[in-house]
Ligand binder design. Structure first.
Ligand code: DGT
Ligand code: CA
Ligand code: CA
Length: 574
């Protein structure tokens, strides 16, 4: 039974939550949280590392004790330390910690005074006014709780694309090991790279479909078999994620892949085109009368309806068929087009590694540049840099750059946009940087007009270049703040600024629709990882997925430029 990295991270986070609610030592809590973040972004499976007898204590920031705990989770599926804590405070309190505005002290109070231990109980307490009775409980907090609970129930059981990938990877590997199997590919929303997926649809071809199906329904991670047939089966995994499997003959592979990739509305439109041309298109192939004229590949499907191949990320009925007819499909950006990363944090603030370590990893990825964008002083809880410390960092980068060849560390900042729209650092120091990234980190609750004005004022600063995570959302956790992104894009265009597409799988901020709007308005998008450690540079591929859904091409992406052209693009008044 493979334990996924995401589950290890969740267990460690839960332990950190319970310890924090109990008022444990902050360093201990932080150690678990850091370990959870590390595991979450690790490109390799910890379970595989344990199986290969690798020493987990060699991972950055992981000591012997933590290594043992991670191993315990992998080997037993449990963590005794967590079970011990859960005897003092219920595990479900950890769910309450995710609610914006509720910290460990509040959660502790809610539990002690109202004996509430889970989301459901909390929802009831809001409804019956019990929560309001607690001293010092603002109406605003109550409102946030209500919003959070509503959003959770609306989102249903969709999981992040990135989580689905981790859960499904070992299943794909298992299926690939079945004798006689040919192709195994995930289709559906997973292949179209939606931010979240409802379930995962896998398609396979192979000589012995019964054997493929048997292996699938007997998969170790399955807790329920919903269907077990010759061509179609479905299981529910331990995580709650449902997986559908179809096994088809090779001659139908393309037709079935097309059908199960969707989207449904794209399928319907393509099928209508086939009908107009006197053809029949279904899951098994394209037919003229009784005669099969194609279906082994997706290319054959599109060719039959007189269209060039349309990439899965575009199949959303958002004009892709019309663009294909006109020969104007975008040539979507790929990971190989990326020349550098424009958002990364070092140990100087809340990052976990040195600038040199980040830079070496970036260079190994084939990049030409990496911008170090540590926070500014307003964010005191992460040790944001003031002018003096940023100046020291500038000198450090100058020294480091002498040691790198064919690679450049860019001097930058993720400067806080204050409520007034002023930047948290003065022009004197911003002037010395290669580029300035700005972001909103607090006061999310301004009116739409005021929030928009605030950010446009920030862009008015002649040194401002890129607006990071423009909407502030966390998928499934936090709604975007109220802001007029269309106006921000127009303002960016007028001033020569850019917007970021933050690649963190829970942010993916800009979303696909606004990426496309940026392209149409002629505002380049910076696809950046917001790395807090070298391994995070790998998050780039999630941003690329979203950019592709947003129709972005190489020319639309700021960091697909060489350093020489980037330098020109960043020049406003510098
Ligand atoms: P999800 O799972 O909610 O994230 O989204 P999908 O797109 O993966 O949807 P799902 O799993 O219900 O179905 C997979 C694909 O199967 C879908 O993208 C298109 C195709 N499909 C499902 N139902 C229909 C239908 O009624 N008509 C047509 N033409 N295609 C369908
Ligand atoms: Ca699906
Ligand atoms: Ca499905």
């Amino acid at each position: 039974m493979p334990v996924h990295n995401i589950e290890i991270a969740q267990t460690l986070n839960k332990l950190a939550d319970l310890l924090e609610i109990e008022g444990a030592n902050v360093f201990r809590v932080r150690a678990y949280r850091n370990a959870a973040r590390l595991v979450e972004s690790l490109p390799r499976s910890v379970a595989d590392m344990v199986a290969a007898n690798e020493d987990l204590a060699e991972l950055p920031g992981i000591g012997e004790a933590l290594a043992l705990k991670m191993k315990e989770i992998v080997e037993t599926g449990h963590l005794q330390a967590l079970e011990k804590e859960a005897k003092h405070v219920p595990e479900t309190l950890s769910d309450l910690m995710k609610i914006p505005g509720l910290g460990p002290k509040r959660v502790h109070e809610i539990f002690e005074k109202l004996k509430i231990a889970d989301l459901k109980g909390l929802g009831n307490a809001v409804r019956t006014g019990k929560l309001r009775a607690l001293a010092g409980f603002a109406e605003k907090t109550e409102h946030k709780i209500r919003e959070y609970i509503e959003r959770k129930s609306k989102a249903g059981n969709r999981v992040l694309w990135f989580t689905a990938e981790q859960i499904v990877a070992p299943l794909l590997k298992t299926l690939q090991g079945v004798k006689g199997i040919k192709q195994v590919v995930p289709a559906g929303s997973f292949r179209r790279r939606l931010e979240t997926v409802g379930d995962v649809d896998i398609l396979a071809t192979g000589a012995d479909s019964a054997e493929i199906m048997r292996r699938f329904v007997e998969y170790e991670d399955a807790v329920k078999v919903l269907a077990h047939g010759q061509t179609r089966s479905a299981i529910v995994l331990r995580s709650g994620l449902q997986v559908d499997l179809r096994v088809v003959p090779e001659e139908s592979y393309g037709a079935t892949l097309h059908y199960f990739t969707g989207s449904k509305t794209h399928n319907i439109a393509i099928r209508a085109r086939a009908l107009q041309a006197g053809l029949k298109l279904n899951e098994y192939g394209v037919f003229r009368g009784e005669k099969r004229i194609g279906g082994a590949t997706e290319q054959e499907i599109y060719a039959a309806v007189q269209l060039p191949y349309i990439e899965p990320e575009l199949r959303e009925s958002r004009g892709e068929i019309e663009a294909a007819e006109r020969g104007q499909l975008p040539k979507l950006v790929g990971l190989a087009d990326i020349r550098g990363d424009l958002h990364a944090h070092s140990r100087a603030t809340d990052g976990q590694s040195t600038i040199a370590e980040l830079a070496a990893t970036a260079q190994k990825r084939g990049y030409e540049y990496l911008a170090i964008t540590d926070h500014s002083k307003h964010l005191s809880m992460v040790h944001g840099l003031n002018t003096t410390r940023l100046r020291q960092q500038i000198r450090e980068i100058d020294r480091l750059n002498e040691k790198f060849h064919g690679f450049r560390i860019l001097k930058s900042t993720e400067v806080d946009i204050l409520e007034s729209g002023e930047l948290d650092l003065s022009d004197d120091i911003l002037r010395e940087l290669d580029l300035v990234v700005g972001a909103v980190h607090h006061i999310f609750t301004l009116s739409r007009a005021k929030q928009t004005e605030r950010i446009i004022r920030a862009m008015d600063n002649p040194y401002f270049n890129i607006l990071a995570h423009p909407s502030g959302r966390l998928i499934g956790e936090r709604e975007a703040y109220e802001v007029d992104l269309e106006r921000l894009l127009a303002a960016a265009r007028e001033r020569g600024c850019f917007l970021e597409l933050n690649s963190h799988p829970q942010r993916l901020d800009l979303n696909d629709a606004y990426c496309r709007m940026a392209k149409e308005l002629g505002v380049k998008v910076a696809i950046a990882t917001d790395a807090h450690r070298p391994a995070d540079l790998e998050l780039m591929r999630f941003g690329i997925g979203q950019a592709r859904r947003g129709w972005l091409e190489k020319e639309d992406v700021l960091n697909a430029s060489s350093w020489r052209s980037l330098q020109q693009l960043l020049k406003r008044s510098r």
